[in-house]
Design a protein around this ligand. Structure first.
Ligand code: SF4
Length: 698
């Protein structure tokens, strides 16, 4: 169609970690079309979300005035507020009243109970500058490291394993490196749904002759392009991967020279995987022994092999162990540090990489510098002018538990929706309702905001200037295309307002100044100035010099560990936390859809996206449906030990028999009512991908 636009703005897609560059056409201050630009991650391509998911910005539910809770409003965990009519619970306030109340409540709790009574959730959808300021506010202003965001629910276990194994949490190579690979292993990821433009590179590589191995308990579209499709039993990732390691070691397909030069821990790994013969593991994971041998040989013998993984790997109580096995595959075969090789955990949110880099996690300052290290902390204390907490803070699920225990009493939540995204949702909502003071800053009255004392209307992606770091480590510039609606304000401005009401005296002139302060404490950005990002639009970190391109392939010269060597950490077989039994005989797994994003607050309000996938469904294999006397299309109740939801049953052959799948974006049938909050002990990530469930007619 032909669109007559008033102006075009070059920006970046707000949805997933692929980070497609966009050209936004604007007419009458409204986005009328989005096209792909020739960015390093997308080469003019866009998926359905990037192209059509933009009218949420002007949805009638958009928050346009500050709100404060009415004195007579209930604050129960099961409260429901109509975003179109919030006036029974909230009333409009002036900005002065809303900000004074927001900061005043936080200060009152801080003065009465100390820093440990406060916590903050920032956002992986916001910019790097917002993430940096938010974690600085919590650390400098609240005096605690209780700051986290949805990386905890996404790749926290991958980060734990990568930091431990190779000393760096970021990807070692961009996803486009698949085009140079001879063998591509995609495991526990559904890129055709969740990273659609990245998936186009995998398909091209397969078409060009690369061996594509797709391993996932659920069938998926990418398997149509795969040389080997391994639908292993859910929760048996370690068994499958250790069996591949067993083959590689038993058949001496490892790279002895690379191990000697770069890797510690090989003997312990060899001993650990010795019992994981393909024949012993075949009944455990459901993959024939000969297939395990074939894919192990293919991966090890290829000139260049690369691994991609997603939340099917990370969201388990053994998520860190799963990643340890993948890291071991790359390290013992030397399939890392060269073009076409590497390790790439596909990042979910558009800026989950950048928000983590900027320090929006409880253990580390920006660039993963430990809060417990005296020298590092002293440097940040000098910069920020205050003593800082030397103890790591609590993670997302730990904060929810601490509210129930009474130790955390107040929170500031910016752009996150834990009332939908956290596991065991009833427990999470009850926690939010127990808070003595809750400030929510967002663009919609989310399920989390229903529990707030103060709601601050903030900026959508298309309304602000800032940098975002995609899954490829590319720092990219998002530019404002349309003005803020009503009285809404910039997120950066709101964080500064709260900080200054807590006496921090922040005086940032603009977003560029925030970026430059962040860069001064982040060695990874040393040669990527604000001017450079503005000029080039996309720069990969780290860059070796101000005028040199960024480094796409890491670890060519060794690892950023104390001795420059990588470390193998063997993993044992451990079961999921909650196995099916007679009462709850099915395995429930949750995830996303191509058209809907995470908790749905934006994509459910995007007219095209919601028109394509308008209704909550539970997917089940048709054989399983028949065996249980159910009928596709009927309404059913899905129950776990934590709760019940009602939704429509859909027949889906991609779901293995004995399993069900529910997307977690539908507020009317929220999947996380059902999920298990049990945590991986290292990454502290909940087990979203496995719990016991039952299903009955509604
Ligand atoms: Fe946006 Fe991701 Fe789709 Fe690209 S692949 S258009 S970044 S949602």
């Amino acid at each position: 169609r032909t669109v007559v636009a008033d102006r075009h703005v070059d920006s970046v897609c707000p949805w997933c970690g692929v980070g497609c560059l966009t050209r936004v056409a604007v007419k009458d201050d409204t986005i009328v079309q989005v096209d792909g630009r020739n960015g390093p991650a997308n080469e003019n391509r866009l998926c359905v979300k990037g192209r059509f998911g933009h009218d949420y910005i002007r949805h009638p539910h958009r928050l346009t005035v500050p709100l404060v809770r009415r004195e007579d409003a209930p604050k129960r965990g099961d409260i429901t507020v109509d975003p179109a009519n919030p006036w029974t619970v909230f009333r409009e306030a002036t900005w002065e009243e809303a900000l004074d109340r927001a900061a005043g409540g936080l200060k009152r709790i801080l003065d009465a109970h100390g820093p440990g009574a406060l916590a903050g959730f920032g956002s992986a959808k916001g910019s790097n500058e917002e993430a940096y300021l938010f974690q600085k506010l919590v650390r400098q202003g609240f005096g605690t490291n209780n700051v986290d965001h949805c990386t905890r629910l996404c790749h926290a276990s991958s980060v734990a394993a990568l930091m431990e194994g190779v000393g760096s949490a970021a990807v070692s190579a961009p996803f486009n490196a698949a085009l140079e690979a001879d063998c591509i292993l995609v495991i526990g990821a559904r890129p055709a749904q969740n990273h659609p433009v990245a998936a186009t590179y995998f398909k091209q590589a397969a078409k060009g002759g690369a061996t594509l191995i797709v391993a996932d308990p659920r069938g998926q579209d990418l398997m149509r392009h795969a040389t080997h499709a391994l639908r292993f039993k859910p929760g048996t990732d370690v068994a499958l991967l250790n069996a591949m390691l067993n083959v590689i070691i038993d058949e001496r397909l490892y790279d002895e020279q690379y191990i000697q030069g770069h890797v510690d821990g090989f003997t312990a790994l060899r001993e650990k995987v010795a019992a994981f013969t393909p024949e012993a593991i075949e009944p455990v994971c459901g993959i024939p022994a000969e297939t395990i041998r074939t894919v192990a040989r293919t991966y090890a013998r290829a000139e260049r092999s690369i691994i991609f993984w997603g939340m099917g790997v990370s969201q388990h109580v053994h998520g860190t162990d799963n990643s340890r096995c993948l890291i071991a595959l790359a390290l013992i075969t030397g399939q890392i540090g060269r073009p076409g090789t590497g390790l790439h955990p596909l990042r979910g949110q558009n800026n989950v990489q950048g928000a983590s880099d900027a320090g929006l996690i409880p253990m580390v300052f920006p660039d993963y510098q430990s809060v417990a290290d005296d020298d590092i902390r002293a440097r940040f204390e000098d910069l920020w002018g205050r003593p800082l907490d030397p103890v790591r803070g609590l993670t997302v699920v730990e904060i929810i538990d601490a509210i129930h225990e009474g130790s955390i009493r107040a929170m500031y939540i910016m752009g996150e929706n834990p009332a939908m995204s956290d596991p065991d949702q009833i427990h999470a909502r009850e926690a939010l309702a127990r808070l003595e003071h809750l400030v929510v800053q967002d663009i919609f009255l989310t399920e989390t905001a229903w529990h707030a004392d103060v709601v601050l209307p903030a900026s959508a992606h298309a309304e602000k200037l800032g940098t975002y770091t995609n899954t490829n480590r590319q720092v990219q510039l998002g530019r404002p295309a349309v003005p803020l609606p009503g009285k809404a304000r910039q997120d950066v401005a709101l964080i500064i307002e709260i900080a200054n009401r807590l006496g921090l005296g922040w005086t940032y002139a603009d977003v560029g100044e925030v970026y430059e302060e962040m860069r001064s404490v982040m060695p990874s950005l040393a040669h990527i100035s604000w001017e450079r990002v503005e000029r080039e639009g996309s720069v990969t970190y780290p860059a070796p010099a101000d005028d040199a391109p960024g480094t796409e392939i890491l670890f060519a010269q060794g690892y950023p560990t104390k001795d420059g060597r990588a470390r193998l950490v063997p993993a044992d077989l451990s079961p999921p936390d909650e196995l099916p039994d007679a009462e709850f005989p099915l395995v429930l797994t949750t995830g996303r859809l191509l058209e809907h994003w995470h908790t749905g607050s934006m994509s459910r309000r995007s007219s095209v996206l919601d028109a394509i996938e308008p209704e909550a469904m539970v997917a089940m294999h048709p054989g399983e449906i028949g065996r249980r006397g159910l009928a596709a299309g009927e309404m059913v109740r899905v129950e776990t030990r934590r709760g019940t939801i009602t939704l429509r049953l859909m027949a889906d052959r991609q779901v293995a028999e004995g399993m069900i799948f529910i997307p977690f974006c539908y507020g009317e049938a929220p999947a996380n009512v059902l999920t298990n909050p049990q945590l991986d002990p290292f990454g502290k990530i909940p087990e979203f991908k496995f719990c016991a469930a039952r299903i009955t007619p509604a």
